[in-house]
Design a binder for this molecule. Structure first.
Ligand code: PLP
Length: 393
């Protein structure tokens, strides 16, 4: 083997020895609150982003199938060549309405949407200001600006620090503040009231990635802006979490911003469009969300139940309306071991360690769904109770 490749193999071996090697569970059925593993084993699923239980919803599957029949397997083209289908425009109209923005455009993922947005929007001398705990796709999106724009990072949700970064940036033509709406590893919310107010003072554009908030927060599931009752300039989000659990991402904003992305953003110019069946499924998910807001209240009831009872058996959980409940256990190997122990109790949950979270802050992350029955949650709580000493000592 070539020396460079040998070194890669050594790294992988080392991560296995350290207990930090990630092993995926393989599902043998559809996504849901209870999932099937090999040998028909059923486990309670406490780690999917299927917050509203729509990933295997019959109506969504049916609508995807219809689009598959009508439009075929995929676009075999990027959007601007011959890959724009009427179903894309329908989805984008639905997304603009959902986000209360003039226009929206889609990508094959929110990862791509973020990587499209930041470098396309910013030019020489512009500044992007990003929360320290933003999603990896935002971090990479900022890196893609290269040296032409300045990247400034503020301490997580620290508004004093954000103000200082804005001071540093204030002579720039364009300042973009970008943040997760719900932070995926903490389950806390960006302080949008303060962020939008500071942005107003400095004439900065605000972009919020509401991937973990769409379908989850706000009375009608429109996300953190609805939760706080504030407006932001640009919203990005995923179609792979609450909104049907398949794939796809989008940017919604005023028309000129979306026009610019359609004209110039590289992930849309050089990569295939969202498959029509996936687009149709996402439209169906948005419709279900609108017609069945009780899914959101059910989710919140489940979130309150899990948080309250985890607290009751001695776990420290922060108060938050989000469906993400982190349980900090310290080092990466322990987080991974705890996840394995939970599986012995038929609970599927993921341990996250470095480099996904900072060294020493490894955790189990529980994610609640509207589709979880009380039984599911009680089963999970029993496992947490049994493993409390191992988890927290
Ligand atoms: C999950 C997530 C993404 C990635 O979404 P995909 O559509 O799966 O690429 C982007 N941003 C945030 C904040 C996320 O939580």
């Amino acid at each position: 083997m070539k020396k460079a490749l040998e070194e890669i193999a050594i790294q992988i071996e080392a991560s296995k020895k350290q207990g930090t090697y990630k092993q995926s569970q393989v599902l043998t059925g559809s996504m849901g609150p209870v999932v099937k593993l090999a040998n028909n084993r059923q486990v309670v699923n406490l780690c999917s982003n299927d917050y509203l239980g729509l990933a295997a919803h019959p109506e969504i599957i049916e609508r995807s199938k219809q689009a598959l029949d009508k439009f075929g397997n995929g676009t075999a083209s990027v959007r601007f060549i011959c890959g724009t289908f009427e179903i894309h425009l329908q989805l984008e109209e639905a997304l603009a309405k959902f986000t209360k923005k003039q226009k929206a455009t889609t990508y094959v993922s929110c990862w791509n949407a973020n990587e499209a947005l930041v470098p396309t929007l910013l030019g020489p001398g512009d500044v992007v200001i990003s929360d320290q705990l933003n999603h990896a796709s935002i971090i990479d999106a900022c890196r893609l600006c290269g040296s032409k724009s300045t990247k400034l990072i503020y301490k997580h949700n620290d508004m004093q620090d954000l103000k200082q970064r804005l001071e540093e940036a204030k002579s720039a033509k364009t300042i973009l503040i970008i943040t997760d709406g719900v932070f995926s590893m903490e389950g806390d919310l960006a302080n949008l009231p303060e962020i939008t107010s500071l942005a107003g003072d400095y004439g900065a554009i605000v972009a919020v990635d509401d991937s973990h908030a769409h379908g989850v927060l706000g009375e009608t599931g429109k996300g953190t802006t609805e939760h706080f009752g504030v407006e932001v300039d640009i919203i990005t989000g995923t179609l792979g979490k609450a909104l049907g659990g398949a794939a796809g991402g989008f940017v919604a904003a005023d028309e000129p911003v979306i026009e610019l992305l359609i004209q110039r953003s590289r992930p849309q110019l050089f990569s295939n469009a969202l498959p029509p069946a996936t687009s149709a499924g996402a439209i169906a998910a948005l419709e279900i969300l609108e017609c069945e807001p009780e899914r959101i209240s059910k989710l919140h009831e489940n979130v309150r139940y899990l948080r309250k009872n985890l607290g009751g058996i001695g776990y420290e959980v922060i108060e938050s309306p989000t469906a993400i409940v982190p349980i900090i256990v310290g080092d990466t190997a322990r987080a991974i071991r705890m996840a394995q122990r939970m599986l012995e109790y038929d609970i599927l949950i993921t341990g996250f360690g470095y480099p996904v979270v900072p060294e020493g802050a490894a955790r189990l992350r529980a994610q609640v769904s509207a589709a979880h029955s009380r039984d599911c949650l009680d089963k999970a709580l029993k496992a947490f109770e049994a493993l409390r000493e191992e988890c927290l000592s």
